[in-house]
Design a protein around this ligand. Structure first.
Ligand code: AMP
Ligand code: MG
Length: 368
């Protein structure tokens, strides 16, 4: 299959889509309406879209990604009015969250209506819905005239895609088109909140943080067990996707986390890097510039022969989230045989960053 690339002239991160770009989006939208698959930018990561009401399109999404068919898709809308037809009811808490955070990087799980095929929801009676804020995503969904099922546009098991180049890498020849709208601003996938039961529950942390949700609802938000640790045998996470080892780089990754902020992280990283190098294992380091500066002051650390990738900074965790998947993908292109990664405190956006890092580490975490 030939994959057409629609390169937008303007990445329209804040503005409306230009006339020239709208013409390209019209073509992409007609592919969607006819049952085809199109990868497109959103503010979180790139999505791999198909008509959510067409079971055949959803089947093709699973096939293109190599995704297990029990892992449901998030359905994207571009008008709050479109929510009603997809869900059986809209609980009051959901309405409050939608009023505050939509359009934006938050997904809610509702009981589904009869309109939505089970192929789209991985056989579940619930449906995950998101209203993205990216102007290109909004315009594409509107022009297609249907709700768009869109998981992250990566091959199953690889880090989510945050640029069109990543989508080209993973999906060329497997889907009909890719819309290049530049780099996804947030860089980690949406927050998922289950509102289908009596008490809302956090299923996946994201840029709409636990703190923001708790403040909006005036409750302490319970979390699904899959967020914090490996699941005990036989325990099923509420978000089926959380059970899979995502974001796994090719080399094993060891996460180092300071119990008290960042103290001790650089020293532990230096020791581990040295051990690996002495054992003839090519080490790589994924950290902040602050950590690298600390490392340079240590005798046990030598920059030579270590593959280094920086992600954001301790002072700018938004940038860390933005860079994370890109750096994991870059490390896969290197000779790295072992990756040492710096963790961060788990408040605010730190919870989303650490959730992705812990999964990349297959829960290999060293607390110092
Ligand atoms: P992705 O779009 O690739 O980030 O994956 C979508 C995520 O949403 C996966 O972790 C799914 O398990 C989760 N998800 C989608 N639909 C549902 C649902 N109905 N109930 C719970 N989790 C869902
Ligand atoms: Mg995904």
């Amino acid at each position: 299959m030939e994959t057409v690339i629609y390169r937008l002239d303007d990445y329209c991160l804040t503005d409306a889509v230009s006339e020239a770009d709208r013409e390209k989006l019209k073509k992409a939208a007609s592919i969607l309406a006819e049952g085809g698959l199109v990868a497109f930018p959103t503010e979180t990561v790139y999505g791999l879209g198909g008509n959510a009401l067409n079971p055949e399109s959803s089947r093709h999404i699973y096939a293109a990604k190599g995704r297990p068919s029990d892992n449901p898709l998030i359905v994207h809308i571009a008008d709050i009015k479109d929510l009603k037809s997809l869900v059986s009811d809209i609980p009051e808490a959901a309405q409050r969250l939608a009023d505050r955070f939509w359009p934006g990087p938050m997904t809610m799980v509702f009981r589904k209506s009869g309109l939505v095929p089970k192929e789209t929801t991985g056989g579940l009676d619930t449906i995950a819905v998101r209203f993205p804020v990216h102007p290109v995503a909004m315009e594409l969904i509107r022009l297609s005239g249907v709700p768009i099922a869109a998981p992250s546009a990566n091959l199953s098991g690889r880090p989510s895609t945050t640029t069109a180049e990543h989508c080209i890498e993973d999906l060329t020849g497997r889907i009909d088109a890719i819309v290049d709208g530049g780099s996804a601003e947030i860089g980690v996938e949406s927050t998922i909140i289950d509102v289908s039961g009596p008490i809302p529950q956090l299923l996946r942390p994201g840029a709409v943080t636990k703190e923001m949700i708790e403040e909006t609802l005036g409750i302490t938000l319970p979390e699904d067990a899959a967020i914090r640790g490996p699941l005990a045998p036989g325990v099923r996470p509420k978000a089926p996707g959380m059970k899979y080892r995502h974001y796994a780089p090719k080399a094993p990754l060891q996460l180092i986390v300071g119990r008290d902020g960042y103290s001790g992280v650089a020293k532990a990283a230096a020791e581990l890097l040295l051990n690996k190098a002495e054992a003839g294992i090519k080490p790589a380091l994924l950290c902040t510039p602050e950590c690298l500066e600390e490392l340079k002051t240590l005798d046990s650390f030598s920059e030579k022969d270590i593959i280094i990738r920086l992600a954001g900074s301790r002072a700018d965790r938004q940038q860390t989230a933005h860079d994370l998947f890109e750096m994991l993908r870059e490390l896969d292109e290197t000779e790295a045989e072992f990756i040492v990664a710096e963790g961060c405190p788990e408040d605010q956006l730190g919870q989303a960053i650490m959730n992705r890092l812990k999964k990349a580490a297959a829960w290999q975490i060293m607390y110092v």
